[in-house]
Design a protein around this ligand. Structure first.
Ligand SMILES: NC(=O)c1ccc[n+]([C@@H]2O[C@H](COP(=O)([O-])OP(=O)(O)OC[C@H]3O[C@@H](n4cnc5c(N)ncnc54)[C@H](OP(=O)(O)O)[C@@H]3O)[C@@H](O)[C@H]2O)c1
Length: 277
């Protein structure tokens, strides 16, 4: 679809693939409304957006998306937009050490899953027929299994497996979201961006920070390349009407059996509703 005059909401557009996607969509004519948690980085993105599309009145909303109260506040702020054409759920991170938010949620689950869930639900009414929801998941979901008795990862916390579970949550969330949206004209698709040399991992601490620092220069693609599937799902006419899929390199691909489990998707949705209050 033409992005001219469209409003795109992106979480975590101050770095990496979210920032590239925001700038490229602005260049295509979109007005970008993004979330940030760091003032200086927010200003950096805003400057780039104004350069990319000077006519649009881009907006930024500050929030720490690992906190439930902040997810709700910023979701309510974003919901003041009269219409949202594309929502990109993107902000995410890996935490080497287990941390709990003030809400008693484990940090990875809170930021990577609950923020997508809460923000999307608060914006649901602003997404009209033709609108798209794009959820950044990961092939890191491969090998992960959800343990519904331990969604807060209290047992045997290890950073990467917990991150993998949160990315499995993203695909299950997308699956149930698409089922709930079916017939509404609003689509929902998830994606794997590839292994991308972004700031991802820089704040993780411990061994994962070191592993990613070494691996990125060897095996990772650029943020520009990593953003391509986000851009495709947000704007390509080829995926108008396509929903509930998982994409990699702009092509639908099959996630693991665990990520295709409709009962788990429904259960995760219901538990997330309870946790979100
Ligand atoms: N890089 C990869 O290889 C890779 C592979 C598969 C999937 N992904 C997924 O891609 C998405 C984007 O990651 P990236 O690689 O672009 O990483 P990145 O460069 O670290 O960017 C992450 C974005 O999320 C924001 N963010 C992090 N914690 C936040 C919090 N507590 N509250 C609000 N915003 C927060 C960051 O804000 P700040 O600028 O303030 O840090 C930044 O804008 C994530 O969902 C990640 O899981 C990445």
């Amino acid at each position: 679809m033409s992005m001219q005059g469209k409003t795109v909401v992106i979480t975590g557009a101050t770095s990496g693939i979210g920032e590239v996607a925001a700038i490229r969509l602005a260049e295509q004519g979109a007005r970008i409304v993004f979330t940030a948690r760091d003032k200086a980085r927010a200003e950096g993105t805003m400057t780039a957006l104004r350069k990319a599309n000077a006519k649009a009145d881009h907006a930024v909303h500050m929030a720490d998306l690992s906190r439930l109260s902040e997810m709700k506040r910023v979701g309510a702020e974003l919901a003041r937009e009269p219409v949202i054409d594309v929502l990109v759920n993107n902000a995410g991170a890996l935490f080497n050490r287990r941390q709990e938010t003030e809400d008693g949620l484990e940090m990875t689950f809170a930021l990577n899953h609950m923020a997508y869930f809460v923000v999307t639900n608060l914006l649901r009414d602003k997404l009209k027929p033709g609108a798209r929801i794009v959820t950044v998941a990961s092939n890191a979901h491969r090998g992960a299994r959800l343990d519904f008795d331990d969604l807060q990862n209290r047992r045997n916390y290890v950073g990467f497996p917990v991150y993998s579970k949160s990315k499995l949550c993203n695909i299950l969330f997308n699956r149930e979201l698409a089922r709930r949206l079916s017939g509404s004209g609003v689509t929902a698709n998830a994606l794997h961006p590839g292994f991308v040399a972004t700031r991802f991992g820089d704040d993780s601490g411990g061994i994962m920070r070191t592993v990613l620092k070494v691996a990125k220069p060897i095996g990772a693609i650029s943020p520009e390349e990593g953003a391509q599937t986000i851009l495709y799902l947000a704007s390509s006419p080829q995926v108008a009407g396509v929903s509930g899929e998982y994409f990699y390199e702009c092509k639908p691909t099959t996630p693991t059996a665990e990520a295709r489990n409709d009962e788990d998707a429904k259960r995760l949705w219901e538990l997330s509703e309870e946790l979100a209050g």
